[in-house]
Every structure is written in C-alpha cells, then in structure tokens.
Design a protein around this ligand. Structure first.
Ligand code: MF3
Ligand code: CO
Length: 250
C-alpha cells in the first residue's frame, strides 16, 4: 500500500531530514585515519537525541547501533565498532532519524584521507546516479523511469548495480511501498504522485554486483571483495516537482 503525505506530514519529515544534514556536516569533518567507526556513531546519536529525535535504525529488527557504517568492500549495514579507519579507505555512513512519528533516511560515502582518482570515481558514481534519477523525473513519470536512469548512469561509469537492496517509500515507517530498485525498465511501475516520499539509495560496485551477509547477520559485503559505494537521500514529490529533503540549503 502506498501512502501519500500531506504538506504537514512532509514538513515533519523535513525536520527529521534537517537533523541528518547536520550529522553529515559534523561527521564528515571528523573522518580521518585512526578514528573508529564507533566514534562516528556516537556523534550521530548525540545530535539526534539533542534535537529531540529518535535514532531510526537502533532496535530496528534488532539492529544495535544508530548509524550503519560500511567500509571498502562492505556495501551496506556495517555495524559501528572499534575498527579504526585507515588512509585510503572509503566509508559509507547511513543514518536515519524519527521525529513525531515520521522518518528520514540518508547516506554518504566519503574518502578517508587521500584515495586514488579511480576510487574517487566509484564514490562519485553513486551520487551521480542518484542525481540522474531526479533529472529523469517529470510529471507522470513512473518508478521504473528513475530505476532505469540510475542503472544507466552507473553502467556508463563502468560499474555495476547492487540488486539485493533497493530504495523505498518512507514516512510513518522507515520502509514503505513502493520499492525503488536501482535497475529496471523505464515506463514500468507505480506512477509517481504528489505527496509521495522516497528514500532513493543506489549501491555501486567496482566488480560484480553479487553481495553476501557476514556472520554478524548485518554487514553486507561484495562477494568478490571489490569495493562499493552508496548514496541516499529522502525526497518528496510536491506540485509536480521533486524536492530533496536531506541535501542542500533548505
Ligand atoms: N538506510 C538503510 C535502509 O534504508 C538502513 C536500515 S537497516 C537498519 O534500509 F536496520 F539499520 F535500520
Ligand atoms: Co534507506
């Protein structure tokens, strides 16, 4: 079932989104060789709680932490811990917050210190494909139009698209219908309506797109050990246009 949100509801999601934007600014500044992923998690939790919000992931299906932090060949759902970031790593930081019963969800992948130009391209490819999805939106567009735009962008960059995890509707629940695959055919799927709110989250792999979950039951890694990047924003469709709630000035 797809729930369309009123402007009042989107206003609340926007408040949760503002908290995530602040977290990205703070966490990005702290990322450096030697910093543990737990340190980043604690910064995020402090900001969320300080804003009167609730960490969206903590306790979700038993997930133990506030952020998901995935390094190098880890694709998504890495659990923060004592691991120290190293020069040349890439770190995906995925965070959600809930205010007054409404969720926002977003992720960035950042370099640790200096990384190769090649790796920088991998990291940018996820955001670039996300932006291609927004560009593909026009009134009357369907989910498949966004999916196809993401896939084309990533494959043009010479990378692959993870199939096993997809974007999603978001609102009173962290994950709502419709699913937003990062691959697929234009013209297919749900026709986007005003009031729809989506978390669009492409995951890009250097090598094969196949992934597996580690023994901890959460951390998703590439099967071939090659590296991956992830980008996510929560966006709302309002008056025939798409508004990015977790990125930008306002
Ligand atoms: N942002 C991710 C998602 O959209 C993470 C949620 S999984 C959780 O699916 F368990 F950590 F919450
Ligand atoms: Co998400």
């Amino acid at each position: 079932m797809i729930s369309l949100k009123s402007s009042r509801e989107i206003g609340i999601i926007r408040q949760a989104a503002e908290v995530l934007k602040r977290i990205f600014i703070e966490v990005e500044q702290v990322i450096a060789p030697g910093v543990t992923t737990d340190t980043l998690d604690q910064i995020a939790e402090k900001i969320i709680v300080g804003a009167g919000a609730i960490p969206a992931f903590k306790g979700y299906r038993g997930y133990p932490k506030t952020a998901c932090i995935s390094v190098n060949q880890e694709v998504v759902h890495g659990i923060p811990g004592s691991r120290k970031l190293r020069e040349g790593d890439i770190v995906s930081f995925d965070i959600g917050a809930k205010i007054d019963g409404y969720y926002a969800d977003a992720a960035r992948t950042w370099p640790v210190g200096t990384i190769s130009a090649e790796r920088m391209k991998l990291l940018r490819s996820a955001q670039k494909s996300f932006e291609a999805a927004l560009k593909a939106y026009k009134s009357g567009a369907r989910i498949g139009d966004l999916s196809a735009a993401i896939q084309a962008s990533i494959e043009e960059d010479g990378y692959q698209v993870v199939r096993d995890y997809v974007g999603h509707g978001i609102g009173r629940n962290l994950h709502e219908d419709p699913q937003v695959p990062n691959y697929g055919e234009a013209g297919r799927g749900y026709k986007i309506q005003d009031g729809l709110v989506l978390a669009i989250e492409p995951m890009v792999t250097e090598g094969h797109y196949k992934v597996r979950t580690l023994e901890d039951g959460w951390t998703v890694v590439t099967e071939d050990g090659k590296w991956a990047s992830h980008y996510e924003d929560t966006v709302a469709f309002i008056d025939g246009a798409v508004v990015n709630l977790t990125c930008g000035e306002k």
